[in-house]
Design a protein around this ligand. Sequence first.
Ligand SMILES: NC(=O)c1ccc[n+]([C@@H]2O[C@H](COP(=O)([O-])OP(=O)(O)OC[C@H]3O[C@@H](n4cnc5c(N)ncnc54)[C@H](OP(=O)(O)O)[C@@H]3O)[C@@H](O)[C@H]2O)c1
Length: 271
Amino acid sequence: MTSKIAVIGFGNIAKAIITPLFDKKLLNPKDVYCLVNTKKSLENIRKNYKYEINIFQANAKGSEIIWDCNVKLLSVKPQQLKDIIELENNNNNDTNLLVSILAGVSLEKLIKRFPNHKCIRSVTNIPITIGKGLTGISWGDEITEDQKEFVKRLFENSSKIYEFPEDLLDIFLSVTSSGPAIVALIIEALSDGGLSGGLQKKLSEELVMEMILGTVSLIRETNLTTAELKNKVTSPGGTTISALRVLESRGLRSALIEAIVSASNRSKEFR
Ligand SMILES: NC(=O)c1ccc[n+]([C@@H]2O[C@H](COP(=O)([O-])OP(=O)(O)OC[C@H]3O[C@@H](n4cnc5c(N)ncnc54)[C@H](OP(=O)(O)O)[C@@H]3O)[C@@H](O)[C@H]2O)c1
């Protein structure tokens, strides 16, 4: 990756995207120009971040240089977007690329705020912080194949990439970004079930997580459908059908479907 990259908001998610590129020597820290808001963050990154990067506090002298970078990764919180003011630069607008990871901020809004840039909207999720993210990308207008390849390389060391028309990004976000909270809640509840039956809390949680990992691997490795797997472990008059009956009577399936739809609708409201 040769272009100079600006990172507007070098927080948790930006670090998760950029650090693996440094680790794999795909990007030189000297070619990356980062912006944070507070002096505290600036000093913290200077002191504790494992690479020496060019880092500036927003609006401080010299920070304008970030606008000269061809590629900008926009990674502030959505509510902080109002403070980011595009400055003029000498680049050709065709090469000025802005890649946003802001949940719920539409391409239309980005294009209005950054008229001298070609904008790309991406949505990623928290497992990106351990290199296991899922990133959905919606290309704005007139993005060249080379630019698409470049952006994919930006994310591919920390996540799997899926390309979508923008109207599917809300439901992608709902499934992948709200999903971890839903799964965490399910793990917690199942563990409490084990606890109720007499297992130690920690052991119960460990068993639930191993069971989930094993089930996912089984589905993947055997190509069983979820319905086939369910039928395989459900014997007439047995324990599993007894458990499933309780879940059906309490509407678990419908609650999960509605939860995903609700998160997606909420995301549309933010646009
Ligand atoms: N957290 C998640 O689970 C998650 C998952 C997927 C996607 N996202 C998206 O990722 C984005 C970033 O989230 P995050 O969790 O990485 O947030 P974060 O850790 O709070 O990082 C935000 C960064 O933006 C900087 N910043 C704030 N205002 C600024 C300004 N005016 N100019 C320049 N920099 C500024 C902050 O600097 P200071 O530290 O100095 O304030 C900080 O470095 C969000 O838009 C979110 O929608 C988050």
